[in-house]
Write a protein that binds this ligand. Structure first.
Ligand code: ADP
Length: 473
């Protein structure tokens, strides 16, 4: 059986925490102010009596002991009597107005006094402190202490303090405590409401905007309202939204580019096929030339589709690379000869050094050469020149594919390796582009740890390069 567990809400949690805190505060206050009030009061009074007794004992030799005792008793609201060994009274101060410890109608019983004094007189204890009732049933503290002056004479210090009944104070405190309790609860509710509002408002706004993000609206600007953790969340969402909007933009461009690039060869194939059917079917020479165009265009189409399939499957990243010794010069010549058939008016040259035996994955390198050379043809200048060269370098063999085109602005260089990226400048045919070529080059070379890059000068052209390890190393 599954129990229903309510979802935790920030609002509820803050309410509960603050109410809990208030409850604990109120209970502690009730305990101290009401329940233990009497005990606490007695404890404080006993402490005062003990301190006073010690102070008198320390001043027993003072010339003006009587004034000292009177002042102290006045401050602490106590009565005191100091008696010498022979029963001689040294001084006394009756601040409580009881008319003495041993006589008068408010005095304590002789038994109580004897019980308090006996352990000190016998030397068993240096001080005793007890609570007794006097003859009018008032609670009194009796404090007894032994003292000795410089001459070695012994004295007994007797202190007497009245314990006032705390019940009336407790009643006043109780009524105050009710008010305090209500005020604290209301305050805790108001504060938790305020706090949760401060927190929940930005969270709700972020959630609403995140929903818009899920619906494809990448324009939302997330804000954590200055709360550190929410600001960090908002920043991450802004980052994701930017990334998503960029991918979306590139995807849209890709669809537009690919549809355009698919459409052009299709139109040509259709036009030439119709021409053969309607006009040149019997003219072998013309028909063959036109069939050649159709074949070229279908090749272009299949190249483009292959690119798409490869990238969509992340083929280069998924493939296991198998390095082998290969002659890069032969591979370059192969690729050039494939282009030479379709790009008859282009001057594609190959200038290779002596040793071109490298160790790399054959399929990946063939793809890299094909993509770089096809880009060079695509973007080269009016002179239609493309140069492929190889030369030794510290890493092994450096392969360069150079063109004389517009070049690539510096700020775009990091972007061209991204999937789907195509520069805004429409490029010339005859090579169809999808914005995928360089992302495949990057994947193929990165996977083999082969260094690669581009050097480009706007208006002069670009040189794409990579450096393979030589086979004899
Ligand atoms: P495509 O060529 O299909 O657009 P690529 O991934 O091969 O896609 O290239 C991405 C972008 O890099 C191109 O759109 C272009 O702007 C730039 N680029 C690639 N090669 C060259 C080059 N040889 N000269 C100038 N720009 C280039």
């Amino acid at each position: 059986m599954r129990w229903f567990t309510p979802k935790k809400s920030i609002l509820r949690n803050i309410h509960l925490s603050l109410l809990g805190y208030t409850a604990i505060t109120v209970v502690v206050m009730w305990l101290f102010q009401i329940v233990f009030l009497n005990n606490y009061y007695q404890y404080m009074q006993k402490n005062t009596a003990s301190r006073t007794g010690r102070e008198i004992a320390a001043h027993i030799d003072d010339e003006d002991l009587a004034t000292y005792v009177r002042n102290l008793c006045y401050k602490t609201n106590m009565s005191a009597i100091i008696i010498g060994e022979g029963g001689m009274q040294l001084t006394a101060s009756d601040m409580l107005g009881m008319g003495g410890f041993f006589s008068g109608k408010k005095s304590m019983s002789t038994e109580d006094l004897t019980d308090a004094i006996a352990p000190v007189l016998s030397g068993e204890q240096t001080e005793t402190i007890s609570i007794v009732q006097n003859q009018t049933s008032e609670d009194m503290i009796i404090y007894v202490r032994a003292a000795q002056n410089e001459a070695g004479e012994r004295f007994i210090i007797l202190l007497n303090a009245r314990l006032k009944p705390v019940s009336s104070t407790r009643d006043i405190l109780k009524s105050q405590m009710w008010i305090i309790t209500v005020v604290l609860i209301v305050l805790s509710l108001l504060i938790s409401q305020f706090l949760s509002h401060q927190l929940v408002k930005p969270i709700k706004s972020i959630t609403d905007k995140a929903k818009r993000l899920a619906d494809g609206d990448y324009t939302a600007d997330y804000d954590g309202d200055g709360i550190q953790e929410l600001d960090e969340l908002a920043e991450s969402l802004n980052f994701s939204a930017n990334g998503l909007s960029r991918v979306e933009e590139l995807r849209r461009e890709l669809v537009a580019n690919v549809s355009h690039d698919l459409k052009t060869p299709l139109t040509m194939i259709r036009a030439y096929a119709e021409m053969i059917r309607d006009l040149t079917g019997d003219n072998k020479e013309k028909r063959d030339a036109q069939l050649e165009v159709i074949i070229d265009e279908t090749n272009r189409l299949s190249d483009l589709v292959n690119d798409l399939i490869r990238v969509s499957r992340d083929e280069m990243l998924d493939r296991e690379m198998t390095p082998e010794t290969l002659d890069i010069r032969t591979m370059i010549e192969d690729v050039i000869s494939r282009f030479a058939e379709t790009c008859t008016d282009y001057e594609i040259t190959c200038d290779c050094c002596d040793n071109n035996e490298v160790v790399a994955d054959r399929t990946a390198i063939a793809q890299v050469l094909y993509n770089l050379i096809s880009n060079a043809i695509n973007y080269t200048g009016e002179d239609k020149k493309v140069m492929v060269t190889t030369r030794p370098c510290p890493n092994g063999l450096r392969v360069e594919v150079r063109d004389t085109g517009h070049g690539i602005p510096e700020d775009q260089i990091p972007l061209i390796w991204e999937r789907y990226y195509r520069s805004r400048n429409t490029h010339r045919r005859p090579v169809a582009g999808s914005g995928l070529g360089l992302s495949i080059v990057r994947a193929a070379l990165e996977k083999q740890n082969i260094p690669f890059g581009v050097e480009s000068t706007v208006g002069e052209g670009s040189t794409f390069w990579f450096e393979c390890p030589l086979s004899h190393e």
